[in-house]
Design a binder for this molecule. Sequence first.
Ligand SMILES: Cc1ncc(COP(=O)(O)O)c(C=O)c1O
Length: 389
Amino acid sequence: MKNNELFLKAAKKFGTPLYLYDLRIVEERIKKVEDALKNVEHKVFFAFKSNSNVHILKFMKKMHLGADIVSLNEYKMAKYAGFKPNEIIVNGNGKKVEELIYYSKEDVACVNVDSKEEIEKVPKDVSLRVALRINPNVDAKTHPHISTGLKENKFGISLEDAKDVVHSFPSNLRLVGLHCHIGSQITDVSPFVEAIESLKKFVTEQNLKLDFINIGGGWGIDYLKNGNEMDLGKYKQEVVPLLKSFDLPIYLELGRYIIAPAGFLIARVTEVKKTAFKNFIVLDTSMSGLLRPSLYGAYHHVEFLSNGEKITADIVGRVCETGDTLAKKRKVPQPKVGDIGIIYDVGAYGYSMSSNYNLALRPAEVAFDGKNFQLIRRRETFEDLTRLF
Ligand SMILES: Cc1ncc(COP(=O)(O)O)c(C=O)c1O
């Protein structure tokens, strides 16, 4: 089925707005990851924050990925999706003491500890396998909101401070690895090279005996449709040899690279508004359905299944905020009310960041496996909104 036919069929069958995930693309992306890393012993953990639909998570498990979680509820969801504690890595800053106790009882694979303060917080009778999150002060050359490895960012511990910390771990905590995640949507390999080189130097200088190195996620995708995404050829040439030099298993926590390009937000046009100054195409979704453009000014490719004359327009939602702009100054065929618009690359940080702002109902989610559609989350209803009162 050609993509446009697929989008039309899905919209007709399930209504709009609708998140559609093409599982064939997820498989392709995982194959690319595996191919890039085939010369180094590794394990990929799927970053739940990017997409936490349980059907997607089960699919990741089927594809032999582990789980990277950042909250107790993500942990519970990992178990619900069938992941065993020893396949789950716990991330996140500012963990609560009761959460650390919980993870210890569960015997999770590893907790990535974020600070000296977090280490001190673990009660002395609570044992955990931990990896220390290093903040290498590397510029990931990405959007400031998704850069995490600069000294001014809230994450991790500096290499300088880590020197003392690694040699004074309390006996109830076993330091099994180092962790480093420098940011997201990174398309240039050089920040990875820089970060991994500094980890390597640290491990050697401090003479650390570890079970693994966790280099986080962050591989970028081609939102702009100009062919610029994480260059896996370069990654193999420049990063993989560095990874091999540790002579340890390498862990990765990937989200966006695997799932973003597999997701499409299908919406219908509710109005085409023309002013003396600008044209607006209004969709039946908004910043409540897809926050990234409003939050980061993120670019998503948008297409309309229309054959009108080309116009230049801002594509907006129906939320009462000027920031509710999904795409700016796009040259597209002028759609009619009811036509379908498709927002690309929304599989990661799409539904998972959606909200009920303006009491918008969250869209339905559907997976397509090449043959069949499966409704993997029903559309919210008004009753869902009143349930907690
Ligand atoms: C600690 C950690 N690991 C992994 C990820 C996943 O990043 P990405 O989706 O860019 O691969 C994130 C995302 O912010 C993160 O904070």
